[in-house]
Design a binder for this molecule. Structure first.
Ligand SMILES: [Ca+2]
Ligand SMILES: [Ca+2]
Length: 285
């Protein structure tokens, strides 16, 4: 009798355990999932960076963090010595860069708000509001960026560092031009008679227009005749003030070789020329 009772209890416990296991117990592990990738997801494709606009109507592109080789190899035709030695520059974080050179129309409110002197030939330039503002010095361009930072509610604006400029211009390319080893007159405004409206030529792979040609673009950096000792974190090289600042990208006035991505020009920060303009960068916030 006791044995029968014990057997019944055991059977009951077993049955209860079976019910628990099949119905109410902890969930059974699902079948093995398809192959899982354990690495972190890749960064967003550089061909599709984010775009923002400020209250001036200026459009800016998010330039992704990453590394690139700055400068040109010794064998590049028409290369100047100051384009080397080539070095790896790494941007730890993204930044924003103007899609276009700063236009006449975008420069106008700065003059009106600050009373700063109009660029030479300003009344002529006003006839073409969507052309890059030219005849502006490095000092004018820097003052514009400071004013813009004050008047906008997000980010700090500045001229690009040379490294930011070249990284954004190359957009992953490694040739003498963003188009390869040559640049066709249909691809950029160079060796012509005047600047043209910004965005009249195809953009680069990151959606930036007129990085080569149209107006030369002032950079923050003091000019150094070599990259020996230059920063590798993408910042501007401003530790040893000199007499001249850097310009990049060539212009409507220049021959093709001077629009090469790695080419560097330089001028006194107060100098004005009819093919000197600029574009801005902004911090990401
Ligand atoms: Ca340009
Ligand atoms: Ca040069």
């Amino acid at each position: 009798m006791r044995a029968l009772l014990r057997g019944g209890i055991l059977m009951g416990i077993t049955l209860a355990a079976l019910i628990l296991w099949t119905g109410c117990g902890p969930e059974v592990a699902p079948p093995e999932a398809p192959t899982q990738v354990s690495e972190p997801p890749p960064p967003p494709p550089p061909s599709a960076p984010q775009e923002i606009a400020n209250t001036l109507g200026m459009r800016l592109r998010l330039i992704p963090a990453g590394s690139f080789t700055m400068g040109s190899p010794p064998e590049e035709p028409s290369r100047d010595e100051d384009e080397g030695p080539q070095r790896t520059v790494t941007f730890a974080g993204p930044f924003c860069m103007g899609l276009h050179e700063v236009t006449v129309d975008q420069y106008r409110p700065f003059i009106e708000a600050t009373g700063r002197d109009e660029p030479r030939q300003w009344s002529d330039q006003l006839q073409n509001p969507n052309r890059p503002v030219v005849l502006v010095s490095w000092e004018d361009a820097t003052a514009f960026c400071e004013w813009l930072t004050q008047s906008e509610d997000a980010g700090t604006y500045s001229l690009p560092s040379e490294a930011q400029w070249e990284y954004a211009c190359r957009a992953g390319t490694t040739g003498a031009h963003i188009t390869g080893n040559t640049l066709d007159p249909s691809q950029a405004n160079f060796h012509t008679s005047a600047p043209v409206d910004v965005g009249s030529y195809p953009p680069n792979a990151w959606g930036l227009f007129d990085m080569q040609g149209n107006a030369w673009e002032w950079c923050q950096d003091w000019y150094h005749a070599t990259y020996e000792g230059a920063p590798t974190d993408g910042s501007a090289w401003v530790d040893t003030p000199g007499g001249i600042r850097v310009l990049r990208g060539g212009s409507w006035h220049e021959i093709q070789q001077n629009t090469r991505v790695a080419n560097r020009s330089y001028a006194d920060p107060r100098r004005l020329l009819s093919d000197y303009g600029f574009r801005v960068v902004r911090t990401v916030e």
